[in-house]
Design a protein around this ligand. Structure first.
Ligand SMILES: Cc1cc2nc3c(=O)[nH]c(=O)nc-3n(C[C@H](O)[C@H](O)[C@H](O)COP(=O)(O)OP(=O)(O)OC[C@H]3O[C@@H](n4cnc5c(N)ncnc54)[C@H](O)[C@@H]3O)c2cc1C
Length: 424
């Protein structure tokens, strides 16, 4: 069998602007891909989304004559085994950021190195790669405002005279399939679970196109969860169905700076997870109250906006960014509970779960002083639309009462909705 270049698709489940695919094709050998559904996932919703996205990639690659093998098991073992099976002269993957992935990558690198197979990592997740932006002493930026300033300067400088890079080598690839194209394994996860977003590159592009048409309203709409004024593309970015690099280029060219900040924040958390891994791994400094945890998770705290947000998260696997901040601040600041247990609940629920973003944002939120829950209600849902949508027991209440049903006393039936669990 002819030697190949093997791509291990991880968080770059797309054909467009894919640096790993581009790198593999540049090597001139036939290309084959593997995608691994790793054992021990505790987030079935995300597992399902990734499976759907990989299945679509399988079809897109097949149309170019590139086989993608869908595997399940331990990545450390499988990458090495499949490198042998497909006579790989090199393995290419997208660069990892978080400690657990980096440790696994080291072991994979060792196993491949023993066989003289290079393990090439390329940047497909962030816009600036992990060590591209450092201060004048070569140290990573520790605060977002500093990082943002450096990011904007570097981006402006880099693209003053040329267009941002977009890897286009994938266009029209047509290679002879190796040994016929493999079928993609059936879905291993319960299809009955609700996943708000469909998965796959085409659905990601569609979601982006819808938002791009409205992106000019983002600064006005972003703080009203009932209106869905944000991109709702995080699951696609986490799985790599969309390229952050391409979206940044579009936002930059069209001068949507307010929205571009969200992608810069994403880069910031990725580089922080890489450069300061211990910050995200601190153990909790006090035990969690299981009673509080149950009520917060179930959306039964007696604070309507918090409860509506927590129920929306559990039902759909996605939550508006401002509400993520509100429920995180409520958990750490109002209930005085350790951020780690809140972050663990998010990790199990979010379709877009991404360890660097999740832990980084939890830590940031919990370092702030929590405003009273009513502050969030007035700011994010002044007329109660979001609460009514997610708390049917309060749907009949007028705007003056929907955020404070306990004040209605016997004048309103709240259908068993609990009073506030603590005094604030
Ligand atoms: C406590 C907490 C936990 C979070 N956990 C995650 C997570 O596990 N995975 C995740 O992708 N995002 C996480 N976020 C960030 C953010 O809330 C989500 O990315 C956002 O809700 C996605 O919605 P959107 O696509 O409409 O975002 P938009 O506002 O349209 O932003 C566009 C994209 O920028 C990125 N982004 C925006 N804000 C942030 C941010 N603060 N940090 C990192 N990236 C950002 C996301 O990829 C997002 O899709 C978390 C935020 C908080 C406060």
């Amino acid at each position: 069998m002819q030697p190949t270049t093997l791509i291990w698709f991880r968080r770059n489940l797309r054909v467009a602007d894919n640096a790993a695919l581009h790198t593999a094709l540049q090597r001139g050998l036939p290309v084959a891909g593997i995608w691994i559904s790793e054992e021990g996932r505790t987030n079935p919703r995300q597992a399902l989304f990734l499976h759907r996205s990989a299945a679509e990639l399988h079809q897109a690659l097949a149309a170019c004559g590139i086989p993608l093998y869908g595997l399940q098991g331990n990545a450390e073992q499988l990458v090495s085994e499949w490198a042998d099976a497909l006579h790989a002269a090199a393995v290419v993957a997208d660069e990892a950021y978080t400690p657990s992935e980096l440790w696994a990558d080291n072991r994979i690198w060792h196993a491949l190195d023993k066989k003289n197979i290079p393990f090439i990592r390329v940047n497909d997740r962030s816009i600036f790669a992990k060590s591209e932006l450092t201060d004048r002493y070569g140290m990573p930026y520790r605060t977002f405002p500093e990082y943002r300033q450096a990011w904007l300067q570097a981006y402006a400088q880099r693209f003053r005279y040329k267009q941002p890079v977009s890897y286009t080598a994938a266009d029209g690839i047509l290679q002879t399939a190796l040994d016929g194209l493999p079928p993609f394994p059936a879905n291993l996860y319960t299809p009955s679970i609700v996943v708000q977003h469909k998965g796959g590159e085409a659905a990601g592009e569609k979601q982006w196109a819808q938002f791009a048409a409205e992106i000019g309203f983002y600064p006005l709409q972003k703080d009203f969860p009932a209106r869905k004024g944000t991109g709702q593309i995080s699951a696609y970015l986490t799985a790599g169905c969309l390229s952050a690099r391409s979206l940044a280029a579009q936002a930059w060219q069209q001068q949507h700076r307010a929205w571009l900040d969200t992608l810069i924040r994403r880069d910031f958390h990725l580089q922080t997870a890489f450069h300061m891994p211990s910050a995200n791994q601190e153990p909790a400094d006090h035990p969690v109250s299981s009673r509080y945890l149950e009520r917060w998770q179930a959306g039964q705290t007696g604070f309507p906006l918090i409860d509506a947000a927590m129920r929306a998260l559990k039902r759909s696997g996605w939550l508006h960014p401002a509400l993520r901040e509100a429920v995180a601040l409520f958990w750490c600041g109002t209930l005085k509970q350790p951020w780690q247990s809140g972050a663990a609940w998010f990790a199990a629920q979010l379709t877009d779960y991404e360890p660097a973003a999740n832990q980084g944002n939890w830590q940031e939120a919990c370092a702030q002083t929590a405003p009273p829950p009513l502050y969030w209600a007035q700011k994010l849902d002044p007329d109660g639309t979001f609460v009514r949508r997610h708390l049917p027991e309060l749907a009949h209440l007028p705007s003056e009462l929907v955020h404070t049903p306990h004040l209605a006393g016997a004048n309103a039936d709240t259908h068993g909705y609990p009073p506030p669990m603590i005094k604030v």
